[in-house]
Design a protein around this ligand. Structure first.
Ligand code: FMN
Length: 307
């Protein structure tokens, strides 16, 4: 009998498939719907210090190999989001991951501090947003010092019963060093990866398709980037990794586990395969494991490092 359950930083998931932040995770009802379709855990769309409209349409464009988006972190702000987070916690049977972002380190702390009375199991710190205190508005996770500072400051307001996952962009040249730094700063886990900067131009219109011109690419196009990130992180950190980026089938999921992931973020695959993609991927993982004679996820974790 194949067992898909995993232990993620002390939290048991019935399967390793987690709804990634930003796709569907905007209300208790949408999160519940994802749970009913087989996810082992769900992540909220990132919540910031105050409400943000985000960029103007078009903000999401699905093309053959990926999904380009420039949603621009639209969210209602933490004060308004609290009721929705509470309702989600009350209604969900699977763990809820609360994703947060901010424009400066102090505001990450403000957001986390407001959420902490709800006792979230996991806060995911989205470090792939611009740091307004940096001269060039560089993403927090491109800057070792800034990433480390945010995680250590958020740690001061989160007791150990709330796990902190730091979400990183793969675009940092010193990606694994940043992974090590956030682990040392108190992160209980790392989510890798966020979207990859990109642009798509319509040759007939002669202009970028997204209104914001530049966006982030997700989906199948970035799977090898995510695998490389997880493979190298696994060699560098001891904390568990939520491998994310382009997971669309059971075999994609197994690849990430073999690279070293403990759990798996699934987002864009919903666009390709529908909301029941979690059930579909779980079944495909089981079929693969039965065929290959694996009984648990742990047996396969990091396997690619042994060959
Ligand atoms: C439309 C859209 C919105 C997203 N919004 C967020 C967000 O608010 N916070 C975040 O950390 N990641 C966000 N992401 C990134 C995803 O969580 C994920 O890291 C990325 O899409 C790669 O996974 P995928 O290929 O399975 O989609 C967003 C992705 C998409 C496609």
């Amino acid at each position: 009998m194949v067992d898909l359950s995993v232990d993620l930083a002390g939290i048991t998931l019935k399967n390793p498939l987690i709804l990634a932040s930003g796709i569907m995770g905007v209300s208790a009802s949408s999160l519940k719907y994802v749970e009913e379709n087989g996810a082992g855990a769900v992540t909220l769309k990132s919540i910031g210090p105050k409400d943000r409209e985000g960029h103007h349409n078009p903000t999401v464009f699905a093309w053959g190999e990926g999904v380009a988006n420039s949603v621009g972190l639209s969210n209602p702000g933490v004060e308004v989001a609290l009721a929705m987070i509470k309702e989600s916690m009350d209604r969900l049977s699977v763990p809820l991951i609360v994703s947060i972002f901010a424009d400066k380190a102090e505001n990450f702390v403000r957001v986390a501090d407001k959420i902490m009375p709800l006792k979230p199991l996991v806060i995911e710190v989205n470090l792939s947003c611009p740091n307004t205190e940096d001269e060039f508005g560089k993403m927090f996770s491109l800057d070792l010092g800034a990433a480390e500072r945010v995680v250590s400051m958020v740690r001061t307001v989160c007791d150990r019963s709330t796990k902190i996952f730091a979400k990183l962009t793969p675009e940092a040249t010193d990606f694994t060093t940043i992974g090590k730094a956030v682990e040392n700063a108190g992160a209980d886990g790392i989510t890798a990866i966020n979207t990859v900067l990109s642009s798509i131009i319509d040759p007939y219109m002669g202009c970028p398709i997204l209104n914001n011109k530049i966006g982030g690419i997700s989906g199948r196009a970035i799977k090898p980037v995510g695998i490389e990130a997880v493979y190298n992180l696994y060699k560098t950190v001891k904390v568990p990794i939520i491998g994310t980026g382009g997971i669309t089938t059971g075999e994609d999921a197994i690849e990430y586990i073999m690279a070293g992931a403990t759990a798996l973020g699934v987002g864009s695959a919903i666009y390709y395969r529908g909301i029941d993609v979690f059930q579909k991927i779980a079944k495909e993982m089981k079929d693969f494991m039965e065929k290959m004679g694996y009984k648990t996820i742990t047996e396969m974790r990091g396997m690619a490092h042994r060959s």
